[in-house]
Structure formats: structure tokens, C-alpha cells
Design a protein around this ligand. Sequence first.
Ligand code: RB5
Length: 154
Amino acid sequence: MASSIVIGSDHGGLALKDAVRNFLRERGVEARDFGTNNEESVDYPDFGEKVARAVSGDAETLGILICGTGIGMSIVANKFPGVRAALVTDEFMARMAKEHNNANIIVLGGRVVTPAQACAMVAAWLDATYEGGRHQQRLDKIARIEREVAVPRS
Ligand code: RB5
């Protein structure tokens, strides 16, 4: 189990974020909530960045990101070094995201799945175990690509 879980959403994911936070609390996990915290329209990159930075900077931290579709948050999160953010729509994908991809951020669509489906996916992801082995060589290749395409800030 990760040492901590961070969670964030835009307005399109707010209701699902609250449901997932409550579900985690019932499991004894208090997720650090990076917002948003009201229905006002916001820009998903602002919240995706906060969560992805926290996960990128700490190997023991896992993240949950939610926007309307999950697409925007996935695009943002996967810009960050070391982040493997997986947009999932069912429990099988959520389990695979950990077993094969060792995803450290799970991304959900607040306008795509129900709160019950979202909580089941989060549980499947948290309870699964990364298999390593042949999958590690693939993650190593992703890490190499990430290093090679990194452009220093000017
Ligand atoms: C906001 O309306 C919506 O575009 C956002 O939540 C997300 O779906 C973007 O990918």
C-alpha cells in the first residue's frame, strides 16, 4: 500500500471525487484533497498538475484524478516524469493498470462512470499487485523514452 494518496478533480469530477474520498475514508485511508471544492468551472490542468507533481516527486505516493471524461487529466498527468496515469472505465482495466502498467495515478471520468463503478475501480487498482517481470522491461523502455524526449526548460 502506498504511504499516501492524493486526489484532485475539476468541476466535472467533483461529485465523483467526494464519493471516492468517502469510500477511501471507509477503508481507513485519508486522501489528501487538492481540490476543486465547489461547482464553479475551473481548468483541469491546474488540479491535474498538483496531483501529478505530488506523485512525480514521491515514489510512495499514489494519485486519483477525475474530470468530466478523464481525458484531459490523463493528458496533463502523463507530462510529469515518472507518472504512469491510466484512464480506466471498468474494474478489469483498473486491475490491469496496476498489474501490468504499475500505474501510479488512476484517472476517472465523472461523466462516464457512476460513483459505485468508480469506487469498485479504485478498490481493484489499490488491491492489485504489480507483476513486474516482463512488464518491468516495458516500463524501463517508457522511462528511457521519457529521458530521451525531455527538453530542458529555457
Ligand atoms: C470540462 O467541461 C471538461 O472539459 C473536463 O472536465 C474534461 O472532461 C476534459 O477532458
